[in-house]
Design a protein around this ligand. Structure first.
Ligand SMILES: Cc1cc2nc3c(=O)[nH]c(=O)nc-3n(C[C@H](O)[C@H](O)[C@H](O)COP(=O)(O)O)c2cc1C
Length: 370
């Protein structure tokens, strides 16, 4: 697919996940293949302009980390414009604007004009950014405030008119948070609202089949995956293969999971230093462990690590303990295998609540801005 001037190697995107989609994670996922585009965590425009060290760390990149969009967050037009210029100078392929949900609830009681004011304000801000840079500007939004205010199609149309190169849409309203089902019809209404630019659908894609279903049901050009990549950094490779051939590659085995876990950890240590990197990795490793099968001792141990030696000891202890759940080839016995993942929008609506599979967990954070 095309995004602005770029021809992407796949129509699969890594969604920004504040606190996770740092350079170590992006490099780890990219190396596994299938990913066409990645975006940084959201970065406060003013902090970036002030060269705040945390903001600079968020935009840190490397030659293998391409193509890359930097996601900006802010509401002051001049700051957003100047920060976009800085992203271009830093070598980013694109600037993405975090719009969580820019249109306020004021529209609820006949507030159409208020909504248009908000849209006008947003359009003016975006226009200023588009005019200031040569690289494409994209926007990421939800469907709207709540089910009565599905404003994303209108917003997408306005943004296309002011020169935005692509729209990313998470198929939930702000009121939904991360609960309930992703609304494919809602994503479709954004696809049909724009004329030329690609719309990238997002929300709850945890399997190759779910990505295909989202593409087919909504007509979106690409799919962006966030939490699904926590569980399964191989999801992009497996999904691209499935889209191209219809063949479902098996999920990686335990040895491969450990190999990639080690790569990811090694990059944390390199990027953040051994002590800080080990501490930060405490919240990453449990996601890998969700697909390990029984893993309680590992989850308890890994959240205490402060060094590479601790990390390796945790793996060694766990691997020895896990053997009791495995066959002679070292693979989990069937009855201990984790349940298959299913996207919210792929569930059978008649599935009784008692057997409904766990929704994807949401780590703590400011949902308002996502
Ligand atoms: C921990 C976490 C951090 C997130 N951070 C951001 C962010 O920085 N910017 C953003 O636009 N969305 C953010 N999101 C929203 C995701 O990009 C994505 O839209 C949402 O998680 C739905 O996709 P998924 O079901 O594939 O995870 C975040 C979500 C989570 C769970």
């Amino acid at each position: 697919m095309r995004l602005g001037p770029y021809e992407l190697s796949s129509n699969l995107f890594l969604s920004p996940l504040a606190g996770y989609t740092n350079l170590p994670m992006r490099l780890t996922v990219r190396e596994l293949g299938g990913l066409g585009w990645a975006t940084t965590d959201l970065v406060n425009a003013r902090s970036l302009l002030e060269r705040n060290p945390t903001a600079l760390k968020l935009v840190a990149s490397a030659p293998a980390d391409r193509p890359l969009a930097i996601q900006l967050f802010g509401s002051v037009p001049e700051e957003m414009r100047d920060a976009a210029v800085m992203c271009q100078e830093l070598g980013a392929e694109s600037v993405d604007i975090n719009m969580g949900c820019p249109v306020k609830k004021v529209v609820k009681i006949g507030g159409g004009s208020a909504m248009m004011t908000e849209l006008d304000k947003t359009a003016a801000l975006v226009r200023g950014m588009v005019a200031a840079v040569k690289i494409p500007v994209t926007a990421k939004m939800r469907l709207g405030w709540d089910d009565d205010n599905l404003t994303a199609p209108d917003l997408a149309q306005v943004l296309e008119d002011v020169g935005v190169a692509a729209i990313f849409v998470h198929g939930r309203t702000r009121a939904q948070g991360f609960a309930g089902t992703v609304n494919l019809a809602g994503i479709r209404s954004v696809v049909t609202a724009v004329r030329r630019i690609p719309v990238i659908g997002n929300g709850d894609v945890t399997t190759p089949e779910a990505a295909k279903h989202m593409l087919e049901e909504t007509g979106c050009t690409g799919v962006s995956i966030g939490r699904g990549a926590f569980y399964d950094p191989w999801i992009f490779r497996r999904t691209r293969h499935f889209l191209q051939t219809g063949e479902l590659l098996p999920e990686p085995d335990f040895a491969e999971r450990l190999r990639v876990l080690r790569r990811h950890f090694g990059r944390y240590v390199e990027f953040y230093g051994e002590d800080h990197g080990s501490r930060l990795f405490r919240k990453v490793a449990p996601w890998y462990a969700k697909r390990f099968g029984p893993a309680k001792p590992f989850k308890n141990r890994i959240i205490t690590i402060t060094s590479r030696a601790d990390f390796e000891a945790a793996i060694a202890e766990y691997t020895a303990w896990r053997a009791q759940f495995c066959d002679e080839r070292g693979e989990l016995l069937e009855k201990f295998a984790p349940a298959p993942l299913t996207a919210s929008f792929m569930r059978d609506p008649d599935e009784p609540a008692s057997t409904a599979r766990e929704a994807i967990p949401v780590p703590k954070g400011p949902i308002d801005t996502w």
